[in-house]
Design a protein around this ligand. Structure first.
Ligand SMILES: Nc1ncnc2c1ncn2[C@@H]1O[C@H](COP(=O)(O)OP(=O)(O)OP(=O)(O)O)[C@@H](O)[C@H]1O
Length: 246
């Protein structure tokens, strides 16, 4: 493990089963994320990106290997200690709406995450570019992009060391995507960011490093500056991304 790694995976494997099918969703994954570092995880559908995020956040237990967060071996400690590890992560799901309690207003969704921390909910709304007047609305009445920004405000409510975003702009129109990316760009560097994306342009804009998965394996782990001429998986993604100069 590099000394500066905040989150570290070594030899991580995770097997999922669907009926009789046994899927090795992750195989021997080694990955380090340093404090304040921004890492994009790319790869085609089913390559294991979401599974990796669940393992990084200490939510899902790997079947092989080890995950450490801040030097804590996540699955070797008590459940209580693991919960403390989980609080270091802020989770921005792909589908914000289904992650909200339907009984809550947008403000209540964020207030619940704030808990007794004393952070101002309206300030969090302003930070993600939402009119504080929206706090009284039910998320179902908000646009997709606004909901996603509520999810970011909720993730920021705990002042996490790591923001985990799983396809945070999927299904949004271009303008809404831009707004979400702008909000994440402000957080970049202040805390670590692990961003799952299909879109290499998003990776180039927000990440310091790009990690590519293929069939559960890390096939490339390169600084953004060194993308051109990198591993074949990345080259294919670059070629498949329209409008990219490379
Ligand atoms: N709950 C589950 N039960 C069984 N298999 C699963 C489950 N979730 C995912 N898988 C399988 O595990 C593999 C990795 O899935 P994962 O969702 O991590 O990929 P992904 O790269 O995030 O895909 P996508 O880009 O489509 O979200 C895939 O083959 C998927 O079909």
């Amino acid at each position: 493990m590099r000394d500066e790694a905040l989150v570290s995976c070594r030899g991580v494997g995770r097997v999922l089963t669907a009926g009789r099918r046994r899927i090795e969703a992750l195989r021997g994954v080694d990955l380090d994320v340093a404090a304040g570092e921004s890492v994009a995880v790319v790869g085609r559908s089913g390559s294991g990106k979401s599974t990796l995020v669940g393992v990084l956040a200490a939510l899902d237990r790997p079947h092989t290997g080890r995950v450490t967060v801040g030097g804590v071996d996540v699955w070797a400690v008590s459940e209580r200690e693991r919960r403390a590890v989980r609080r270091r992560f802020g989770w921005i799901p792909q589908d914000a709406l289904s992650s909200f309690d339907p009984r809550y207003t947008a403000g209540e969704v964020v207030a619940e995450a704030v808990g007794d921390r004393g952070t101002d909910v309206f300030e969090l709304f302003a930070r993600v570019g939402l009119d504080p007047g929206m706090a009284g609305r039910r998320p179902v009445t908000l646009s997709g992009g606004e909901r996603q920004r509520v999810a970011i405000a909720r993730a920021l409510a705990t002042d996490p060391d790591v923001l985990l975003a799983d396809e945070p702009t999927s299904g949004l129109d271009v303008l809404a995507q831009e707004r979400v990316l702008d909000v994440l760009a402000v957080e970049r560097g202040h805390r670590a960011l692990v961003l799952v994306t299909h879109d290499l342009r998003v990776a180039l804009r927000l990440a310091d490093r790009v990690v590519a998965l293929e069939e559960g394996r890390v096939v490339a782990d390169v600084p953004v500056g060194g993308l051109a001429g990198a591993a074949p998986e990345l080259t294919r993604l670059l070629e498949a991304t329209p409008g990219l100069d490379h």
